[in-house]
Ligand binder design. Structure first.
Ligand code: ZN
Length: 112
């Protein structure tokens, strides 16, 4: 997100820490569980249908087709599905934070 200058400015204006604090406060207020997903989790470039992860996906690409299963994705809808799935997986395991860093390294061993 920081690469998107307009979005980065909006986040900077609010302050990411304050935004997260508000989410935690609201979740506690309504008796909900807030699950934090690792910031490096590839939610946009992971196919929500088959799990294939693209090597790269620039910010100007809003739609893409998975080379494995040929599913056509809207970038934001696909990311939302992946974030929801990751959050539900973490919730099902009874954890408060994801271990997506480990999963990322297992699935992309050539990346730092
Ligand atoms: Zn796919």
């Amino acid at each position: 997100m920081v690469q998107n200058h307009c979005l980065a400015k909006s986040i900077s204006d609010v302050g990411w820490g304050e935004f997260v604090r508000q989410l935690e406060y609201k979740a506690a207020w309504y008796g909900r569980t807030l699950v934090k997903i690792d910031k490096w989790y590839p939610s946009s470039k992971r196919c929500s249908h088959c799990g294939h992860v693209l090597d790269s996906l620039s910010l100007d690409v809003r739609f893409w087709m998975c080379p494995e299963c040929h599913t056509f994705h809207d970038r934001d809808n696909n990311a939302a599905k992946n974030v929801l799935a990751a959050g539900l997986a973490v919730s099902a395991c009874g954890e408060k934070e994801s271990r997506m860093v480990t999963l990322r390294h297992l699935r992309q061993p050539h990346r730092a």
